[in-house]
Design a protein around this ligand. Structure first.
Ligand SMILES: Nc1nc2c(ncn2[C@@H]2O[C@H](COP(=O)(O)OP(=O)(O)OP(=O)(O)O)[C@@H](O)[C@H]2O)c(=O)[nH]1
Ligand SMILES: [Mg+2]
Length: 475
């Protein structure tokens, strides 16, 4: 247990209904005894039962600061596993700050960002993956991200990693025991057995890594890029989805020069949606930069909304765009459906098949493009509801993990899983080369160390400080 007592405002520092000042550490009860008055001359709070709530006043040198409810909780059954006191006061910024000041004056020190959660970790109540999940719960942008973070908070990643780590440790121990006591413990046939076990673990790790892309989508949103020829109606589509005139729309081709990013939430699905400059060959210096940026965004997109002006015939710029859409999840929007249309679904499908057919051989255009094509009018708003439904549907099918599936949402975890995977691959190579067993332990330990970095068992103090430094104050 750490020896000092910390305090912070744990609610948002803005005027609100209720504000919370939290105190954690061995002197929490001393501090509250000094500043709390019940008004009825009752016992000190330190003499009251744990996990109870008390009504009274916070006083500073005999002057009432605010009327409060105080929650007293003895460790280890608390968030930090230490003695904890929470003061619910009126949620004015001034009231909260005055209470915090009084608490500090009476024996606590201001907490650093994330220090409460760090204590929960250092006191062994949660592991690092759970601590990180605390932050994810706070920052969850949609209901699925929240659900996943809560499952990690409960320890889903921790359990999975602990299992893997346990198995690796078993093998390290087995080899070391045999080397220490070769007379009684034999390593005959061991390599084969270890190879099978490790192959199984590699599969598990690969499966976890493969969830990370969806994990990112779940956590941050689907990176959706609106692309197409100049004047196709891209900015109009963005505005229609947002329900407001966010992007400039004019009849001049080449209106949008820079990328424009917005976040929208469709029934619990988050899209980080980017409007881009129309892609075409151009000599205009500024437009050229915009086109370059558009192409770059397109490359990194999870999903592309390819807007086609159906009132005009497709041209070589559409070909360029289609070429870039290879292997990209795409929804094609035949826009301006309110006008007389000259471009049909079939024409676009044929074009896709022609462009990609040359490099991928003969398959049906549907199979190859696999892209849904919708007729919409961004101007009149028709078909936008269909687009919204389709976006939701794609998300449910693709990114939502089933209830019991552990999903990696943290890129730090992903990187460490890749390290573990590489180490295990090296173990396999050593086995196939017939290396002596003690050689295997080096890479087994490497894998163990990488996995321990996820749960925090092997993380250095710097890494831990860095992680908690990103937390908000009071958490
Ligand atoms: N009739 C009709 N006009 C549309 C529709 N969508 C967009 N427009 C018009 O097409 C023109 C271009 O629209 P924008 O949304 O600026 O097109 P853009 O693709 O963003 O164009 P750039 O930024 O220049 O690449 C504007 O005059 C819009 O009013 C539509 O569904 N129907
Ligand atoms: Mg535009």
């Amino acid at each position: 247990m750490r020896s000092d007592t910390i305090a912070a405002i744990s609610s948002a520092v803005s005027d609100s209904g209720i504000g919370i000042v939290r105190i954690s550490g061995p002197k929490s009860f001393d501090v509250i005894d000094r500043i709390y008055r019940s008004g009825k001359g009752k016992k000190k709070l330190s003499e009251e039962k744990s996990h109870t709530i008390h009504y009274g006043y916070i006083e500073d040198d005999g002057n009432a600061v605010d009327e409060v409810l105080v929650m007293i909780m003895r460790g280890p059954g608390t968030f930090t596993a230490e003695d904890t006191v929470e003061i619910d006061c009126h949620g004015g910024v001034c009231a909260m700050k005055r209470i915090l000041e009084t608490v500090i004056k009476n024996g606590a020190r201001p907490a650093e960002p994330g220090e409460f959660t760090k204590r929960a970790f250092l006191n062994g109540r949660i592991d690092l993956s759970q601590a990180e999940a605390v932050m994810d719960v706070i920052q969850a942008k949609n209901e699925y991200a929240l659900k996943n973070s809560v499952s990690q908070l409960k320890g889903s990643v921790r359990e999975e990693i602990a299992k893997l780590r346990g198995e690796i440790l078993y093998h390290i121990a087995r080899i070391e025991a045999a080397l220490d006591d070769p007379e009684h413990i034999s390593l005959d046939g061991y390599s084969q057995e270890a190879g099978d076990d490790i192959a199984r673990m590699q599969k598990t790790i690969e499966r976890l890594i493969s969830t990370a892309d969806n994990g990112r989508i779940l956590k941050e949103g689907i990176r959706t890029v609106i692309a197409g020829r100049p004047n196709a109606g891209k900015s109009s589509v963005l505005n229609a989805l947002l329900g407001e005139d966010r992007a400039i729309v004019t009849e001049i081709a080449g209106t949008t020069r820079d990328t424009l990013e917005e976040t929208i939430n469709l029934g619990g699905v988050t899209l980080i949606i980017t409007d881009t400059a129309g892609i075409r060959e151009t000599e205009d210096v500024v437009e050229k930069i915009g086109v370059g940026k558009a192409k770059e965004k397109l490359e990194n997109a999870d999903l592309v909304l390819y807007v086609v002006d159906s009132s005009e015939r497709p041209d070589e710029n559409d070909e360029t765009i289609i070429r870039m859409l290879k292997d990209k999840k795409t929804i094609i929007l035949l826009n301006k459906s309110d006008m007389e249309t000259v471009t049909t679904k079939e024409m676009i499908e044929e074009m896709i098949s022609r462009v990609h057919g040359s490099c991928t051989g003969e398959t049906k255009s549907e199979e190859r493009s696999g892209c849904p094509i919708l007729c919409v009018s961004a101007l009149e708003g028709t078909g936008i509801d269909l687009l919204e439904n389709l976006l939701k549907e794609m998300f449910y099918q693709g990114a939502i993990p089933s209830d019991n599936e552990v999903c990696i949402t943290n890129m730090r975890h992903k990187a460490l899983l890749m390290d573990a995977k590489d180490s295990l691959q090296r173990v396999q190579e050593s086995i196939s080369l017939g290396m002596p067993e003690d050689f295997l332990t080096i890479d087994l330990m490497g894998a163990c160390e990488a996995l321990g970095g996820i749960t925090g068992e092997t993380s250095s103090e710097d890494v831990i400080d860095e992680i908690f430094g990103k937390f908000c104050l009071g958490k």
